[in-house]
Write a protein that binds this ligand. Structure first.
Ligand SMILES: [Zn+2]
Length: 439
């Protein structure tokens, strides 16, 4: 397929011949390893401990000899201990969005910022957003990479950016109508809330010009995506990135929605087995490990993302030749172990969204009174009158319980509340409450 016919921001990079790409990756990997060794004491120490020298990296396969970098390393070297550029050359700081403890801090040189905008522009273009679009950014602006990342990427593409930040739903909806906003950047939780508010207020669908949304800040299931796409009548594309690596821009879906294209000219990606830590072949499921290839201020070698996915190097019909990653199947950090069974909240979300009598809002509560793990799923009933219809209520309850048992092999308590009773979120939603006492 001719690259130029589809919306590809940088055809030269995104449609590169794979052999040519590998040669470029190797050259850049060597430079990055040398940079880390020369300027970051942590990396030099790790290399010296195992007798590894930058010149030992002769092929891309040699990357497996490089020790992993973990979130703990970022915490240990807080705030600037892992920077590979002089402080005077660092022009921006970002950090992880965690609410407790010290954030994981990363830095950018001016060149890093230019690269970041370029990569976000690729993701945005892949979603079909162009200079014709009006973009409402409902991400918080701050240390979180989502707000600024999307902002500058959108400007680079030439879209009209409305930097509203998160919250103030009244105003979001008013300006969405007045500015004829076509593109929404938000967390899926907030998009869901906005959709509900639009419905409640009976906003004229004709006046709302929204056609596409880019999500971030938290994961969402395919069922949630379909729900939001249907409710708002828009296309939702998924993208993935994390501040430790660069922020958004690492990968994003094209309009075909068959995996997120990775910016392979700037990042080398691997999948590892979480138990053996061995590199797995393309096509196997495991933990995503990322190495930056061109970053100056915060290069990172073999970063363990804790995210489980699978890579696909088959060419895509959109024309891009870059490898694609599947939706994150579960963050190892989010995984709950209930009576010895591994449970991802996303699996529960799939079940809830497949039940038509309930709203897409829910809470998962885990306790262990009486030494036994108990899981409760709290859901909102669309039609409150069902509460008075016991047989029907029981049918809905049994369906959810049965589906949870079939997918997760766990017995869950299902509690109903009325529509609107659970909290709505303007940023990242909080849906899992683990109240278990550690024994
Ligand atoms: Zn594609």
């Amino acid at each position: 397929m001719d690259c130029m016919k589809s919306k590809i921001w940088n055809p030269q990079a995104e449609c590169m011949d794979r052999e040519e790409l590998k040669a470029l990756q190797l050259e850049r990997l060597k430079d990055t390893v040398q940079r880390c060794y020369n300027h970051v004491p942590l990396y030099r120490t790790k290399f010296q401990e195992i007798g590894l020298k930058p010149e030992h990296i002769k092929t891309l396969k040699d990357i497996v000899h490089i020790p992993f970098t973990t979130a703990q390393d970022l915490k240990d070297y807080y705030p600037f201990g892992m920077f590979a550029a002089a402080k005077k050359d660092v022009v921006r700081i970002h950090g992880s969005s965690g609410t407790t403890g010290k954030p994981k801090i990363v830095g950018y040189t001016r060149k890093d910022l230019d690269l970041w905008s370029e990569l976000v522009a690729r993701v945005i273009s892949a979603a079909g957003v162009t200079e014709e679009d009006v973009v409402q950014i409902a991400f918080g602006y701050g240390l979180f990479t989502g707000g600024f990342g999307l902002h500058y990427g959108m400007e680079k593409v030439g879209a009209m950016v409305v930097p509203l930040s998160s919250g103030n739903t009244e105003r979001q909806l008013m300006l969405m109508e007045d500015f004829e906003t076509t593109t929404l950047v938000a967390t899926p939780s907030y998009a869901l809330y906005l959709a509900e508010e639009m419905e409640k207020r009976g906003l004229d669908k004709e006046k709302i010009k929204l056609r596409v949304a880019l999500f971030g800040g938290e994961g969402h299931t395919d069922a949630m995506r379909r729900k939001i796409e249907e409710q708002l009548g828009i296309l939702v594309t998924e993208n993935y990135g994390l501040s430790e690596v660069i922020g958004p821009g690492y990968s994003g879906e094209c309009y075909l929605k068959e995996g997120m294209h990775i910016a392979e000219d700037h990042f080398f990606s691997e999948i590892i087995d979480t138990d053996t830590l061995k590199s797995l072949p393309v096509g196997d499921t495991g933990e995503l490990v990322i190495t930056s290839l061109t970053k100056e201020a915060f290069p990172i070698l073999r970063y363990r993302t804790r995210d489980i996915t699978v890579l696909n190097d088959a060419p895509c019909d959109c024309g891009r030749t870059s490898m694609r990653m599947a939706k994150i199947q579960g963050r190892t950090d989010d995984m709950l172990v209930i009576r010895g069974v591994n449970v991802y909240p996303s699996q529960i979300e799939e079940v809830i969204l497949s039940t038509k009598q309930i709203e897409p809002f829910y809470e998962i509560i885990v306790t262990n009174h009486g030494y036994m793990d108990q899981i409760e799923v709290k859901v909102e009933l669309k039609d409150v009158t069902i509460l008075d219809d016991y047989p029907q209520l029981e049918r809905v309850r049994q369906k959810i319980r049965y589906d949870l048992k079939a997918t997760l092999n766990i017995d869950a308590k299902v509690t109903f509340v009325s529509s609107g009773a659970l909290p709505r979120y303007e940023g990242k939603g909080k849906r899992v409450f683990d109240h278990r006492e550690k024994k």
